[in-house]
Design a binder for this molecule. Structure first.
Ligand code: ADP
Ligand code: CDP
Length: 222
């Protein structure tokens, strides 16, 4: 049966980069579920939904059509047919995505899409997020919980934003936001960020990307 590799962890632990590389190496599909929560948040902000009102978010979340392309060589994300891969990484969405992701109706809708992506993956899928091993794919072939020190994670995120050409004030604000978002993601009632009992813990603080990719590839091939 098709392989499902579930990768979870806090922001900046390396989930997206590592998952995509492992999927490429093994010829599997790739799914960035954070991008789906970001796309939903982008649509709400763009359409005037009060994202701090969980009831308004719960009603609105039925409307947008979120589609994730799962090719590891070039993942895509659209909302109502529009490419939103750029705007979903901006500070406005980043500041509000945890609030939107805490609403159970949003999660129910996106979890269904995520399972659909896995069901349609020809050879299997590497899916990354916060609740892949705990909720979405409890029977995953391999589960990994990626962590890194808060300092390593915020330094990586800052370096990435600097390379993108963002100004220092925005970078500092987004780095500060990382700790707040992780606390919110870990303490919410529905599907909080937690390591599943059967997930392999990999601390990436002192590892290179190649080392992490090699470790996880080996777990899948085992
Ligand atoms: P996440 O998806 O968990 O938020 P990313 O994959 O986006 O994390 O990684 C955040 C940044 O840190 C990226 O710029 C990535 O290249 C870098 N990075 C990830 N893992 C490592 C590592 N082990 N060593 C050095 N840099 C890393
Ligand atoms: O890239 P980064 O780690 O900063 O975040 P992301 O993976 O793009 O996820 C953005 C946000 O979506 C997280 O902070 C969570 O609030 C939410 N999320 C979630 O609740 N469940 C998931 N499976 C994935 C993301």
């Amino acid at each position: 049966s098709p392989v499902v590799v579930a990768i979870d962890g806090p922001s900046g632990s390396g989930k997206s980069t590592v998952s995509r590389a492992v999927a490429s190496r093994l010829g599997l599909s790739f799914l960035d579920t954070g991008a789906m929560y970001r796309a939903m948040t982008w649509w709400m902000l763009t359409n005037g939904v009060d994202v701090d009102d969980p009831e308004a978010v719960a009603i609105a979340c039925a409307k947008p059509v979120v589609v994730s392309g799962t090719d590891a060589a070039g993942p895509t994300i659209t909302v109502d047919g529009q490419d939103v891969s750029g705007p979903i990484r901006g500070p406005e969405v980043t500041a509000k995505v945890s609030a939107v992701a805490a609403v159970p109706a949003v999660r129910a809708r996106l979890v269904e899409l995520q399972r659909g992506c896995a069901a349609h993956a020809a050879r299997g899928i590497v899916a990354e997020g916060r609740d892949m091993g705990s909720v979405v794919f409890p029977d995953a072939t391999v589960k990994v919980f990626l962590t890194a020190s808060e300092q390593a994670r915020s330094e990586r995120r800052a370096a990435e934003l600097r390379a993108k050409g963002l100004d220092e004030a925005t970078i500092t604000a987004m780095a500060a936001d990382l700790a707040r978002r992780d606390a919110a993601d870990s303490s919410r009632e529905t599907a909080p960020l937690t390591r599943a009992a059967d997930a392999e813990l990999v601390d990436t603080s002192e590892l290179t990307l190649d080392q992490v990719i090699g470790t996880i590839t080996a777990l899948v091939e085992d």
